[in-house]
Design a binder for this molecule. Structure first.
Ligand SMILES: [Zn+2]
Length: 391
């Protein structure tokens, strides 16, 4: 059997990488740019400076993105794209603006409805050019900047659909830790747990991809080294602390560690994901829960479920975070400890999920495309057990 490994993205990583944006646009031959971001990022102090730096590219900004991205946001963005006569996209933000930017790029020259192009269920071909995207991530979580798919929800049903095409992969990622220095503690924690979930589920996913396995283990190490530190720095800033140069440098270093871990998670999960993501996708669909938070709450219960199916792999992960570990159980304990230390709620009750409200969640989770690659097969009664364990 012949396997496929894919690591194609050009990434420029380091403090100040954002200043290379104009040069990268020139290299790509982009003349008129649409910046796509969300409402919150557009308010950040460095954002006007970024806009101004692109004045010679006739830059306009579309910031109509918030929450879990939906089709109407994409449609508004496509209108903005056409009105502006743009020929390239700069996507700035976390997973939501990244995914909306990719969907706008897809629909820039394709007719019909976005969901006509759903991966595996398309009714129209992706056969028109897709404009180039340059991505500047401002969170360390989804790693969507190194992915070639976009996940958008239906406005009414909240059902998530995946659109996939190699041309949706950003041409360049400018990964600048300085763009993450103002990220609040709660978002830092929730997005960081998403990155960690990608790394763990990719490592455990069925299939053969030793390159991804290696990336996943190093990514888990980076999360162990840096996530708690990032949350602590964010908390101290919120409390009004002002950092001396050494502390500011340590903050940049920790943010850079998480930024790499996040991209490594998304690169590794070309191998597959697992049951945590199926549970989390259902929480977002039914309760509109933040994706990273949903993963963070579900991860301990999902891993308690998985441990018996892959004890040797759990021991390898345990030894990454605790070299003297002798049992995979210690990795599950480490997840629980990390999660509590960064303020992730320990129970589904914190999301307002009623204990008798599991039926709609299980109905969505069982249909989700992630759990078939989980190391332990998951049937309906298992989903009930995992959700109950998460209360
Ligand atoms: Zn995820």
């Amino acid at each position: 059997m012949i396997h496929t490994y894919n690591f194609p993205t050009r990434i420029r990583f380091g403090p100040g990488a954002r200043h290379e944006l104009a040069a990268e646009l020139t290299t790509l031959g982009i003349q008129r740019v649409l910046i796509i971001t969300d409402k919150d990022v557009a308010q950040l102090p460095w954002f006007p400076e970024l806009e101004t730096s692109l004045a010679s590219f006739g830059a306009a900004t579309f910031s109509g993105v918030w929450g879990n991205p939906v089709v109407s946001q994409v449609n508004a963005g496509v209108e903005a794209w056409k009105a502006h006569g743009a020929d390239g996209i700069v996507a700035v933000g976390g997973g939501a603006p990244m995914d909306v930017a990719k969907a706008i790029a897809l629909m820039a020259h394709h007719p019909g409805h976005l969901f006509d192009y759903e991966d595996g269920a398309s009714t129209r071909p992706i056969d028109q050019p897709i404009p180039p995207i340059i991505a500047l991530p401002t969170t360390a979580g989804t790693g969507s900047e190194v992915g070639r798919s976009t996940v958008i929800s239906d406005d009414d049903t909240h059902a998530k659909k995946i659109m996939f095409d190699p041309q949706l992969l950003p041409r360049v990622v400018l990964a600048d830790p300085e763009l993450l220095l103002g990220l609040p503690a709660k978002i830092t924690a929730a997005t960081g747990m998403d990155a960690l979930t990608h790394l763990i589920e990719a490592f455990l996913a069925k299939g053969f991809n030793p390159l991804c396995d290696g990336i996943a283990l190093e990514g888990i190490y980076l999360v162990a080294q840096n996530l708690k530190a990032c949350v602590d720095f964010a908390q101290r800033l919120r409390e009004g602390a002002s950092f001396d140069e050494a502390t500011a440098a340590a903050h940049r270093l920790a943010r850079g560690g998480m930024l790499n871990a996040s991209m490594m998670g998304a690169i590794a999960f070309q191998k597959g994901l697992g049951v945590t993501h199926s549970c989390a996708h259902a929480l977002s669909t039914v309760y509109d829960t933040h994706h990273g938070l949903a993963n963070g709450i579900m991860l301990p219960a999902a891993m308690r479920f998985n441990l018996v199916a892959a004890p040797a792999q759990f021991l390898r992960m345990a030894r990454v975070v605790k070299p003297e570990a002798t049992d995979g159980q210690e990795f599950v304990e480490w997840i629980v400890g990390l999660s509590e230390s960064i303020g992730i709620p320990t129970s589904l009750g914190a999301l307002g999920v009623p204990p008798d409200g599991l039926d709609p969640l299980v109905a969505v989770a069982i249909k989700d495309g992630c759990h078939p690659l989980n190391p332990r097969p998951v049937v309906e009664k298992d989903f009930y057990a995992i959700y109950q364990d998460a209360f």
